[in-house]
Design a protein around this ligand. Sequence first.
Ligand SMILES: NC(=O)c1ccc[n+]([C@@H]2O[C@H](COP(=O)([O-])OP(=O)(O)OC[C@H]3O[C@@H](n4cnc5c(N)ncnc54)[C@H](O)[C@@H]3O)[C@@H](O)[C@H]2O)c1
Length: 312
Amino acid sequence: MRILVTGGAGFLGSHLIDRLMTAGHEVICLDNFYTGNKRNILQWLDNTNFELIRHDITEPIRLEVDQIYHLACPASPVHYQYNPVKTVKTNVMGTLNMLGLAKRVKARFFLASTSEVYGDPDVHPQSEEYRGNVNPIGLRACYDEGKRIAETLAFDYYRQNKVDIRVVRIFNTYGPRMLENDGRVVSNFIVQALQGKPLTVYGDGSQTRSFCYASDLIEGFIRLMNSDYVGPVNIGNPGEYTILQLAEAVRDMINPNAEIIHEPLPSDDPRRRRPDITKAKTLLDWEPTVPLAEGLKLTVEDFRKRMGDATI
Ligand SMILES: NC(=O)c1ccc[n+]([C@@H]2O[C@H](COP(=O)([O-])OP(=O)(O)OC[C@H]3O[C@@H](n4cnc5c(N)ncnc54)[C@H](O)[C@@H]3O)[C@@H](O)[C@H]2O)c1
């Protein structure tokens, strides 16, 4: 098949491209390189099945493809809050453009949505039926509400124009190729520990997150895309860890002498988030397989290579 991956030079997009190229598909990677990097797709640049297009999805584009994986959107607060209006445009105009393309060429359309559509949830764990608790005017709204309207658009194109959609709600994912400066908790801790700095925990560290390893997530993407189920489907790891536990795991792996310090919680930081993956299990026969300790080890190795072994 010929498959378009928007945001293909980013963290998750590039792992997806690795899977699709290895399976023998023709892949078009479309990216504006805002948070993506050519380094992530370097190994495919000379492959005749691979094409790279520098393009901003807020502008329309015409391509002939069978499937579209729509991932283009900065995912970490540092990057999506840098230009919140642009984040909204990417989610609204960008998703409209990609759905328009899917409609025109009758391609199957896959939306990478997020657990952020649940906001600061008052239901645990979150199932797909939960409608969320999002602050529409907060600092995270450009992303949370952006993804909510992206889902709305996908479902309206499905109902109104019969576009064949799949919607995944991604929970915290980590792995090799995460950006060093993206401010996400896993990369923050690894970078701080590798630099011999204290690990910064916001609040008392009792807030919890779930952490899914990238290869597990991509397996879920492929299964959903090739199933008959439209979604939305939660894909994430239900293993719940406190931020303090994560800090300790990273510290023990890299530098057991590193200090853990506490700073005030940013506003709108969700207290708890954990996926209910019953749907993924029953409909896609999917569940995560990589334990946190193993995934962290692989991620730390990748950061070490990229950063040089500065301190340890
Ligand atoms: N990583 C996670 O834990 C996570 C969690 C939930 C949802 N997601 C979603 O998965 C997708 C990929 O996330 P990621 O972690 O790989 O982030 P990322 O920032 O590494 O990748 C996003 C990619 O999209 C590109 N991009 C951004 N705006 C664009 C635009 N206007 N036009 C063209 N390209 C553009 C960036 O350059 C980058 O390559 C995003 O849609 C994100 O919302 C990720």
